[in-house]
Ligand binder design. Structure first.
Ligand code: PMV
Ligand code: MG
Length: 391
């Protein structure tokens, strides 16, 4: 396929938005089912995008070859950069920046680099930016809910830049791939389930791709357009039709957890040879459960969805026992027990260890009463809805 047909398969041209100020909002995400197993390529998960947004605003920098990145998030310092007019590389004078800001901004810088590689390939001149972020992914006190801010910041940067250069991705998969390229260059070790949820929006079925394959491809300095154009091994991204009569409740246990620490600990435990087989069983069982839940969505069978939610909870409980991990904290167990008393099924969401739990029930069940009960035990019901499809 030639360059222009690859281009027109991936992007529409939007000349009217070229170099104009762009405002982007990227939703948060929550795992419904499939967490941990999704780390293994070819395994599925179901996630939702939630209407807690990370906002970005991008305009052209008023000072040529200089730009600035800012955020209203507590503890984030402005980052001023210069651009080398000959190589087009972004340069940061480390002495002029406050400690930590380079680390804080690594996702944004990686995202800029990936989009600029694409824009250069397309043959357009690179500009400089004034890029600002604001977020409601954390509580008033700045505590993280666990909705995934690093993924959101990466996607917000990519979407803002793509639009700024007068392009519109035809499919969300293109934005997904660009974000995965940026994050892989940073050597992150996640499954990219968060990126799937926030680039598609709504309810998402995601089957994780072979991250080693991408890493190997990236080491050969490939063309970004080619990478966006080819199929990625095992990758599946599908929107799930929502079910009108289903209620999803989210409860926050008020204790933030570190996904990296939990996943790191699991990996460390797995290095023991005798753990291979329980992990394999977990992967097999989890695949069956997530596929069954996916089917249940297609047949709008809420009771089966609830059953599989409970099933996956038990798979996670077994996994935590086998590998000595705390996925379901006592507060999350309270959340589940109370939910069950009101005919909901519930489980921890994502890596667990704190953060949020999710409960699913039929619409006519007493969600207000359940949420009152949650409150009485110190679980905060979050007033959050599923975010619409992203375009
Ligand atoms: O804790 P969360 O919501 O960020 O989810 C982490 C899910 C894991 O499968 C444990 C890790 C991953 O990258 O998918
Ligand atoms: Mg989490």
């Amino acid at each position: 396929m030639n360059f222009s047909s690859v281009m027109s398969n991936l992007f529409e041209l939007k000349p009217e938005q070229n170099f104009q100020t762009q405002s982007i909002k990227v939703p948060g995400k929550l795992y419904i089912s499939g967490e941990y197993a999704i780390l293994e390529p070819g395994h599925p998960a179901i996630l939702i995008a939630v209407d807690q947004y990370l906002n970005s605003q991008l305009s052209i920098s008023l000072k040529p070859y200089h730009g600035c990145i800012q955020s209203d998030l507590p503890g984030m310092n402005d980052l001023n950069y210069r651009r080398n007019p000959h190589t087009n590389d972004i340069q940061i004078n480390i002495e002029q920046q406050s400690a930590g800001s380079l680390k804080d901004w690594r996702y944004v810088l990686a995202a800029i680099e990936v989009v600029e590689a694409l824009i250069t390939e397309i043959g357009r001149p690179i500009q400089d930016y004034q890029l600002t972020f604001s977020s409601d992914l954390a509580s008033q006190e700045g505590k993280k809910y666990g909705f995934g801010s690093s993924g959101a910041v990466t996607v917000a940067t990519i979407r803002a830049l793509i639009q700024f250069y007068g392009l519109q991705a035809i499919s969300a998969e293109t934005i997904f791939k660009l974000a995965c390229i940026a994050l892989t260059k940073l050597n992150t070790n996640g499954s990219f389930g968060d990126i799937a949820a926030i680039t598609l929006g709504n309810w998402v079925y995601y089957q994780s791709f072979d991250r080693d394959w991408l890493r190997a491809r990236l080491s050969t300095n490939p063309s970004t357009l080619d990478l966006l154009h080819v199929d990625w091994p095992y990758l599946k991204l599908e929107t799930i039709q929502t079910i009108e009569d289903m209620t999803v409740l989210i409860g926050w246990t008020q204790s933030p957890a570190s996904t990296d620490d939990l996943v790191g600990y699991l990996r460390q435990q797995m290095n023991d040879a005798d753990t291979t087989s329980p992990y394999k069983t977990f992967l097999e069982d989890s695949q069956v459960s997530v596929e069954s839940m996916h089917q249940a969505f297609k047949t709008k069978n809420i009771t089966l969805i609830q059953e599989e939610l409970a099933n996956y909870r038990h798979l996670l409980l077994k996994l935590s026992k086998q590998f000595n991990l705390t996925i379901e904290t006592p507060a999350l167990s309270d959340l589940v027990n109370l939910s069950q008393a009101y005919q909901f099924e519930a489980k921890s969401s994502g890596a667990g260890g704190g953060d949020c739990g999710i409960a699913i029930g039929h619409k006519n069940q007493k969600s207000e009463l359940l949420q009152e009960q949650w409150k009485a035990t110190g679980i905060i019901p979050l007033d959050i809805k599923v975010a619409p499809l992203q375009v």
